[in-house]
Design a protein around this ligand. Structure first.
Ligand SMILES: [Zn+2]
Length: 209
């Protein structure tokens, strides 16, 4: 991007920051502010997010529901939270130094701010529902369907869960899970992690099933 007579203005923020941004799509101040927001998330909070994702801790606002005693649902939330911990710890700090040159910079800055707010909500007691959280909704939409074998490896790698491909196929035979995509001649099927987690959850509630 070259410096024109009419200097390019920073596109960050809902009402547009508007400060001069001659070398990119957003200004350095907005980048610095976002880095400061990221730095607010403590190592302890990142560890908490990781534990929540792995089902070893409960989000702060779930503690309030109290009682019940049942099995905590390992649902879509876990995957999105795992990704959030990774975004905050690895992905976003790596993106920020060159982000001003990305045409999507304003959108990404917005997402980082959302993500940091989500991290605070999950790890500190607040009343808002995490399920309607913008960041988590967006992150969930990014998770793709996988074939049983890939999904099995993925669940183990990211969530520490052992669900074999054979088990997923057995569930399908018994009508307990439906693939999201099937190849026309019945060769391959693609499953969404959320469906597998839900099925696994119902198995644990009814061990005989
Ligand atoms: Zn700006």
């Amino acid at each position: 991007m070259r410096v024109d007579e009419e200097t390019h203005q920073c596109e960050a923020g809902a009402t547009k920051c508007g400060r001069p941004a001659p070398y990119g799509y957003v200004c350095y101040q907005c980048i610095d502010d976002t880095q400061a927001r990221l730095d607010e998330v403590t190592p302890e909070q990142r560890l908490d997010l990781d534990l929540i994702a792995r089902g070893e801790a409960r989000p702060a606002n779930r503690n309030k529901e109290g009682g019940g005693g049942g099995i905590e649902r390992r649902d879509a939330l876990n995957i999105a939270v795992w990704q959030l911990a990774r975004d905050i710890g690895i992905e976003w700090p790596r993106m920020l130094p060159t982000l001003h040159r990305d045409p999507d910079a304003a959108k990404i800055l917005h997402r980082i701010h959302q993500g940091v707010s989500t991290a605070h909500r999950l790890t500190e007691a607040q009343d808002e529902s995490t399920h309607t959280d913008d960041y988590l909704q967006w992150r969930m939409s990014q998770i793709r369907v996988m074939r049983a074998a890939d999904l099995s490896a993925w669940l183990h790698h990211y969530l520490g869960l052992r669900v074999s491909a054979a088990r997923i196929r057995k569930w399908r035979e018994r009508g307990l899970i439906e693939p999201r995509i099937k190849s026309p001649k019945g060769g391959y099927s693609w499953y969404h992690p959320v469906d597998v987690l839900r099925t696994l959850d119902s198995m644990e509630r009814e061990p005989a099933a």
